[in-house]
Structure formats: C-alpha cells, structure tokens
Design a protein around this ligand. Sequence first.
Ligand code: A2P
Length: 305
Amino acid sequence: MKSSIKLNNNKIMPILGLGTWQSPKGSVGRAVQYALVEANYKHIDCASIYKNEKEIGSALHGVFSKRKIKRSDIFITSKLWNTEHNPKNVEKACKQTLKDLRLDYLDLYLVHWGIAFVHGLLPEPLNVLGLAKTENVPMQDTWGAMENLVKKGLVKSVGVANFTAPMLLDLFTYARIKPAVNQIEIHPYNSQQALVEYCKKMKVAITAYSPLGSTGKIAEKPLSDPTVIRIAHSHKKTPAQVLIRWLLQREIIAIPKSTKTNRIDENSEVFDFALSAKEMKSIYSLNKNKRFVDPSMWWGVPYFQ
Ligand code: A2P
C-alpha cells in the first residue's frame, strides 16, 4: 500500500492528511500539532475560508521550530476563496494565507470552487433572491494568476476543488500548468466513480473531502452503514478506518477531519489491513449520489447540475 501519490509534476503528496474544515479555533492548533508530532501525519489540508489558518500557523511554527520536524517533510494545502478570483487579488490572497500559516511556500494551492464571487467584506455575498453575487472573472484569468504563483515559488503545485468534468475540460483548453489535484466530496454514498476514473486518465490526482460524511446526521452517514460496520468488525477495525482504507485502495488521497486525539490516531491506523475485492465492491454498491456538501443550499446555485 502506497503512503503517497506522485502528482503530474512529479511532486509527492502523502495519501493521508488531516482535514481542518469545521475545526474550531481553540482546538485546531492542538489537533494539527498532535497529528504531526504524535500521530505521524505528513499532510495538513487548510483553506482561508475555514477561518482557522492563523491558529494552524502558530501550531506549524511551533512544530517546525521546536520539534525537529522539517517543513520539507510535511505537505500543506490551502485554497483560494471565491471572492479572490480576480487576478489582481490572487497573489494577495495567497500571501495572506502564507502569512497566517507562517510559511514561505505552500505545497498545493487550490481554486476552492469554480465560481467567482464579488470581492468585498462578505465571504458569501448574496443578492435579494438569495443568489450568490458573482463577478465576471473567467476561470482562465484566475488560473493564469495561479500559474504565476508557481513561477514565483509561492506554491509548488496548483489544482482545483469541486470541479466537474465539463469544468476540467474547459480548464484543459488553456492551462499551461495542468491542475495537479481535484479535491471533491467522496465517500461510499457519493463514490464519484466516473469523475475519479476520468481524472486518473487525465493524470489529475483526486483528494476526497468529507470521507466520513462530514457533519451529516450520524444515522445518515456512511459511518453508520450496516455494510461498513460489518466489514469493519470482520477486520477488527472501525467504520472510519474502513471508509478511509476504501479510498486509499483506489489511490485517492483522504483528508478525514477530527480535533480529537483518539480519532486522529484512529484515522491514521489504516495501513495494516486490506479490503478484499469483494469488500471494495460491496462498499461501491452503497453509492446513492448523496452529497453532504452542496452549495445549492447556500448560494442558490445548482452547482453540481
Ligand atoms: P470530531 O472532529 O469531533 O472528531 P469528515 O472528515 O468526513 O469531514 O468528517 C468529520 C466528522 O466526523 C467530524 O464531525 C468528526 O468529529 C467526525 N469524525 C472524525 N473521525 C471520526 C472517527 N474516527 N469516528 C467517528 N467520527 C469521526
């Protein structure tokens, strides 16, 4: 079982990372420190919109300055928020993230969503109809500014998140630097098999966010699925470990989020067992295209349709 994935620019990305979406201030710093120092994580997934990068930055600074962990041994991702797509804002946004995270480069910087919001104080500006207020910035312009970040050495790789196949097809027509990664929601209830296969063929690595079903109701999450529980019992593993292992065996990068030390440990103990082909298949069969993260709920945009 590989512990990392080679990206299309030959950079190496650890296959397991710690997610930080919805990790609150006051606990995210400790979680990041614990993951890196005690639980041997090599990869942290961040984003400016998570509003916790400053605290993560303090933890990273502590880890790199005092704990004998080298910056170059850790892979750190962040994401460009929707209000910053205008090329004149991209470098500024990246530099703010670098400042907050107390880093001089990112390993990976992603366009968080393929939608440009008007630049301003509100992170999610809505009009009277409840629709996101968009700005006329073509993705081509944003992507050009992302490519410049690589040229300037501020980021090692660039990629996208929440991109559908048609959005990728368009991006491929003008990208001089191909996206290294597409980060999308994947778990057994939203297995995204076709998009995963397409990305693999196009040499775009996939990161699965919300691999455990995020903050969905526990009864509705794949963690509570009887098939997942049965398979977990048979391996003397937990449902979370089965969900993560199912991704890693498909060579999908997984970023389970937790701020609890026992779960951070648990979610990393996924390299000492293997799911059989039959078990992989029965987990695939659970797919029902159910998303836990869908912006049509927040921005009035049927984004995935
Ligand atoms: P907590 O942070 O309190 O541990 P996802 O990675 O899909 O976004 O899921 C994150 C959610 O799953 C959070 O609510 C997190 O809660 C919870 N979680 C993380 N690890 C586990 C685990 N091993 N078992 C059960 N729930 C978990």
